[in-house]
Design a protein around this ligand. Structure first.
Ligand code: NAP
Length: 263
């Protein structure tokens, strides 16, 4: 008789830290990880908003805490990560998701402050968080890191060029950590969403002309909802993806591959 086969998508017993969990993709990821059995620690600058998502997860039977973190403040990132580690004594899964656009327009017009802010929130803070959680993962020989990148980091961009630079580097961060830490059974991957219906992109999807233009390039004929990203994220940090590391999973409704020849 064969042994019972467990569900490799479950995250029971794992502690997951999700940044940018107050809304949008991060909130959807937090909900999904909690539904898969993970204990969750949710953080962003808005503690009340994170606490209300945590309360929702606890109400559904999950275990969840909220913490304030401002990724623009590196000392604060260290402190918040140490506070997160002390809650359950471990972090098995890090979903570094918080990010944003500090400069819109041609790259040549970017100020030094906006350039630094873009790299601080979308990249440097990710590495600083990793530095806090990696030692415990190495000790336990178990860890999964996931960075929410963007298809902007996989193609040339006009108005989002500086953001795209940081997102491309984020995907390289996953590859570097995968190579450095693979022998400790720690995995690192990135996820590259196309257009997702969140606050960050409201000016795009709330404009019918712009939305039509984007959707016309997506073979699936729609933009993503945050839950579309959450499912892929939950897969990548789960045992089902135990042999996947250093990869970027594109979740864009086929947008990048959709530019066939118009014959
Ligand atoms: N939406 C898209 O189409 C799309 C496409 C590709 C990639 N992405 C990426 O997906 C990630 C999530 O974006 P989203 O679409 O869900 O946007 P969103 O709804 O605007 O959420 C952004 C999240 O990041 C947090 N955040 C921003 N700056 C922060 C800081 N300095 N410190 C701590 N938290 C901070 C925000 O929290 P508080 O304001 O509460 O602090 C919020 O929870 C980002 O990395 C974004 O680049 C989005």
């Amino acid at each position: 008789m064969s042994a019972a086969i467990g569900d490799p998508f479950r995250l029971d017993g794992k502690v997951a830290l999700v940044t940018g969990a107050s809304r949008g993709i991060g909130r959807a990821v937090a909900r999904r990880l909690s539904a898969q059995g993970a204990k969750t620690i949710l953080c962003s600058r808005d503690l009340d908003a994170c606490e209300s998502v945590s309360a929702e997860l606890r109400g559904a039977g999950g275990e969840s805490h909220a913490l304030r973190i401002d990724l623009a403040d590196l000392d604060g990132v260290g402190e918040a990560a140490r506070a997160a580690l002390s809650l359950w004594g471990r972090i098995d899964v890090l979903v570094a998701n918080a990010g944003g656009v500090a400069h819109l327009g041609p790259m040549a017009g970017v100020s030094s402050a906006a350039f630094d802010a873009t790299f601080q929130v979308n990249l440097k803070s990710y590495l600083w968080l990793c530095r806090q959680v990696l030692p415990g993962m190495v000790e336990r020989r178990d860890g999964a890191l996931l960075f929410i990148g963007s298809i902007s980091g996989l193609a040339g961009e006009r108005g989002l060029g500086v953001y795209a630079l940081a997102k491309a580097a984020e995907m390289q961060l996953a590859r570097n950590i995968a190579v450095e830490y693979g022998r400790h059974n720690v995995r690192a991957n990135a996820l590259a969403p196309g257009l997702v219906r969140t606050e960050m992109t409201r000016p795009l999807w709330s404009n019918d002309d712009k939305l039509r233009q984007v959707v016309s390039g997506y073979p699936l004929g729609r933009i993503a909802e945050p839950e579309d990203i959450a499912g892929a994220a939950a897969f990548l940090v789960s045992p089902a993806a135990a042999f996947i590391t250093g990869q970027t999973l594109v979740v864009d409704g086929g947008g990048l591959i959709g530019r066939g020849t118009p014959v």
